[in-house]
Design a protein around this ligand. Structure first.
Ligand code: TYD
Length: 200
């Protein structure tokens, strides 16, 4: 089973996935991974995408680099994991590209889907979208000492990302479950765990 987690900045996704991973691994073979990155080569591409020193990365290049890192990650981590019957938990996947590059960067869903053709052949079985007002999300990450190139985008950009996710949710209502990000991590984890258990 391939499960992805999506949302804007400061939704607590990382802690949440760690919680879910700890619970599931008691009874199942589970692989926890993330995008962009998740394998050595994909992490090297991640650095080019997110390092603020590469300010000149254009929207098309950004989308293509994300698709390239995804292709490498699929072959090195996700597909081998699924082949071994593992539950693969992935922090972000193609929906991030649809929301950030397709919608907020205005490249369009069709373009993003076309360059991610390989990922479209390997779509998640289940996706949790943690919905939170970016005002709240961004205020949660305010104390961070390191901001990546995308964290540094404007408030308006992050509002657009959220609108993008809400459109994607309409496009894939069966696959994507919307979760209210205003709850505690414990509440969100137990909501997600009960949905996963139902599907397993
Ligand atoms: P990360 O620090 O992993 O973000 P978070 O903790 O918020 O999940 O950084 C990933 C950043 O890359 C995040 O701002 C979203 C962005 N991103 C895209 O724009 N498109 C994509 O396809 C992916 C996977 C990530």
């Amino acid at each position: 089973m391939f499960i992805t987690f999506e949302g804007g900045e400061g939704t607590g996704k990382t802690t949440l996935i760690e919680n879910i991973y700890e619970q599931l691994k008691k009874t199942h073979h589970v692989i926890k991974t993330r995008e962009p990155g998740g394998s050595m080569i994909a992490e090297a591409i991640r650095d080019v995408i997110l390092n603020p020193k590469y300010k000149g990365v254009t929207p098309y290049t950004e989308a293509l680099l994300l698709a390239a890192s995804r292709a490498q990650h699929l072959d090195e981590v996700i597909l081998p994991g699924l082949k071994q019957d593992a539950i693969v938990l992935c922090d972000r996947y193609i929906d991030s590209s649809l929301a950030y590059q397709g919608y907020a960067r205005k490249l369009g869903f069709e373009f993003v889907l076309s360059i991610n053709y390989y990922a479209t052949l390997n779509m998640p079985d289940l996706t949790f979208y943690i919905d939170l007002d970016p005002e709240i999300g961004m205020s949660r990450i305010e104390g961070r000492t390191k901001y990546d190139r995308l964290d540094q985008e404007s408030k308006n950009f992050h509002q657009e990302v959220r609108k993008g996710y809400l459109e994607i949710l309409d496009k894939y209502p069966k696959r994507i479950v919307k979760i209210n990000g205003n709850q505690s991590i414990e509440e969100i984890s137990s909501e997600i765990m009960s949905i996963i258990k139902e599907k397993l």
